[in-house]
Design a protein around this ligand. Structure first.
Ligand code: PMP
Length: 392
């Protein structure tokens, strides 16, 4: 038997600190109400913002694609793994985002890894918001570029760093469009202004903005009217879009470069035909109507304002991601457990995902929630909050 004692010790420590998280296994499809251990629970932790995972057009597209193309693509994109359906998806994504080109990866995570590790070299500097997603951090770690971190959304610090970065060959400012743990929006207009002043590239990860922010869910660049001024827009196909995959929307020259450089693109089998077809159908749904997105934002404002009125701290939330800040990791997980007893699944998020004293239960509101659902959650929140002494 191998000696895994050091790993066991770490897990035991996580248990003592209330940070141990077994995988939750669901018995139903993704949706507003889901079944766990035979119990129906109100789902408030899914990224299925628009309920597209169960949309009839998407399901039909997937089934048709399986019948036409089979279940797998057979190889990486550069050998036999680019079917016409993959090509069409990239063309549609580019049109949707208003860019020259788009390149699809197997996930948002590998998109960030692939793009950042390809474009950054030892003579470059990457300047990253401290709360950027793990996939950005890992992508940066894969490069030999100089790394500078600025305090969350601190534009004075960003300017100071840019000012002292003139000697580098390329300067790349990287930010999430919507921050996944806090639900706040990056000050993209200010970032673009500074980048233009100091001749830097702007890279935005719109994982939580794709299908959520901007006209028809086109993302944060569209939301702020910054078309043509953001050089690299990363998106995911796994959250509001309802399937799985990631993409970068950019200029053709960058796409061509990534096709030759990005290792997750070059060395990992392409999306299944069903996934590509699902994503194409999702873009059609987004293009046809803003109705689901309008509902999503109305639900988010209703829920956030009521949570705040109860006296909870929702941090900087300004999107459908609504964290309720608790602080202590053990207390955070207790809060999440109490909500579970009430029939609500809202995930506790603790160190190391967030700082040790910034534990929170993160609620994600979707277009599928009814007002009755949200009121049900609010009542439970009030009871659990009082029980834990979080409310007066
Ligand atoms: N970026 C951000 C900001 C995210 O929240 C996520 C998802 N957790 C990703 C990238 C990765 O996307 P995907 O799940 O498609 O790999």
């Amino acid at each position: 038997m191998a000696n895994w004692n050091s790993l066991r010790d770490e897990l035991e420590q996580a248990k003592r600190e209330g940070r141990y998280r077994p995988i939750t296994v669901w018995e139903s499809r993704s949706g507003t109400w889901m079944t766990l251990n035979g119990r129906r629970l109100l789902q408030m932790s899914s990224n299925n913002y628009l309920g597209l995972t169960d949309h009839p057009d998407l399901k039909e597209a997937a089934i048709r694609a399986i019948e036409q193309y089979g279940v797998g693509s057979g190889s990486v994109r550069t050998i036999t793994g680019t079917l016409d359906i993959h090509d069409r998806l990239e063309q549609e994504l580019a049109r949707f985002k208003g860019t020259e080109a788009a390149l699809v990866f197997q996930s948002g995570f590998t998109t960030n890894q692939g793009v950042l590790s390809s474009i950054l070299g030892p003579d470059d500097v990457v300047i990253s918001d401290e709360l950027n997603h793990a996939s950005i951090i890992d992508g940066i770690r894969l490069t030999k570029a100089h790394r500078k971190i600025f305090a969350h959304k601190d534009m004075d610090q960003l300017e100071a760093v840019l000012k002292e970065s003139a000697g580098f060959k390329k300067r790349v400012v990287v930010t999430d469009g919507v921050f996944s743990m806090d639900g706040d929006i990056a000050p993209l207009p200010h970032i673009v202004e500074l980048a233009e002043k100091y001749d830097a590239f702007v890279y935005v990860d719109d994982a939580h903005a794709s299908g959520v922010l901007g006209k028809n869910g086109k993302g944060s660049t569209d939301h702020f009217g910054l078309h043509g001024r953001v050089h690299i827009q990363v998106g995911t196909l796994s959250k509001a879009v309802g399937a799985v995959g990631g993409y970068v929307a950019c200029e053709q020259v960058l796409k061509d470069y990534l096709i030759h450089k990005a290792r997750p693109f070059l060395f990992s089998t392409s999306q299944t035909p069903a996934v590509a077809a699902t994503c194409l159908a999702a873009i059609e749904v987004l293009k046809q109507s803003d109705e689901l997105i309008t509902k999503l934002w109305a639900n988010a404002s209703y829920f956030r304002s009521k949570v705040q009125a109860l006296g909870f701290d929702t941090g900087g939330s300004e999107t459908p991601i609504v964290p309720v800040i608790v602080g202590d990791p053990a207390k955070t997980m207790r809060f999440s457990d109490l909500l579970l007893e009430e029939g609500i699944f809202a995930q506790g998020i603790v160190y190391p995902t967030v700082a040790m004293d910034k534990g929170r239960v993160r609620f994600i509101v979707t277009a599928g929630h009814t007002q009755e659902d949200l009121d049900f959650a609010l009542n439970a929140l009030e009871r659990a909050g009082k029980q834990l002494g979080l409310l007066g």
